[in-house]
Design a protein around this ligand. Structure first.
Ligand code: FE2
Ligand code: FE2
Length: 171
């Protein structure tokens, strides 16, 4: 009896899938940086904002910092599992121009809009990751779907905050 010429598939770890694996790692590195930048922006906003009305937003952002940091760690772990290297700080390039501290620290609407934009960016990138891993890397896809759900929740929450300000004619 002749041995079968093909060995069982190892999926994303197959040498035939090297290119796909490298593409996924690249997308994961971008996701990792997005989370790290979000952590920086949310820490600053959760501390900087002033005023009675800011309290709720500050607390919500402080909670999100922990969640986004958790996401960053998950992305880092997955990069390693896929034989990639978690990038060093010198590779970091800031992109959240819209989440810089406002001129006035009572400008809550500026922060709410910035958060919605950051979450939207994450949702777009993670949706792409889900698409690119379809049929190629179900483990990464599963992980990203869970994180994507968190970001959808964050976005929804801050949309609600914005509605309130719009309703009151402040935004
Ligand atoms: Fe996140
Ligand atoms: Fe988020």
């Amino acid at each position: 009896m002749e041995a079968s010429a093909t060995s069982p598939s190892k999926g994303i770890f197959d040498s035939a899938n090297l290119e796909a694996r490298e593409r996924v790692v690249e997308l994961l590195r971008k996701a990792y940086w997005m989370e790290i930048e979000t952590v920086m922006s949310y820490i600053a906003a959760s501390v900087n904002l002033d005023g009675v009305r800011a309290q709720e937003i500050k607390e919500s952002l402080a909670e999100d910092v922990e969640e986004e940091l958790g996401h960053a760690k998950q992305f880092a772990d997955r990069i390693k599992e896929l034989y990639g290297i978690v990038p060093g700080s010198e590779d970091f390039a800031a992109e959240q121009s819209f989440l810089q501290p406002p001129e006035h620290q009572t400008d809550i609407v500026h922060v709410i809009r910035g958060v919605i934009k950051a979450e939207t960016g994450a949702i777009e990138h993670y949706t792409r990751l889900v698409e690119e891993t379809e049929g190629v890397d179900p483990v990464t896809q599963d992980m990203v779907i869970e994180i994507l759900r968190d970001e959808q929740g964050h976005r929804r929450l801050f949309e609600g905050f914005l509605r309130e300000y719009e309703f009151e004619g402040i935004a």
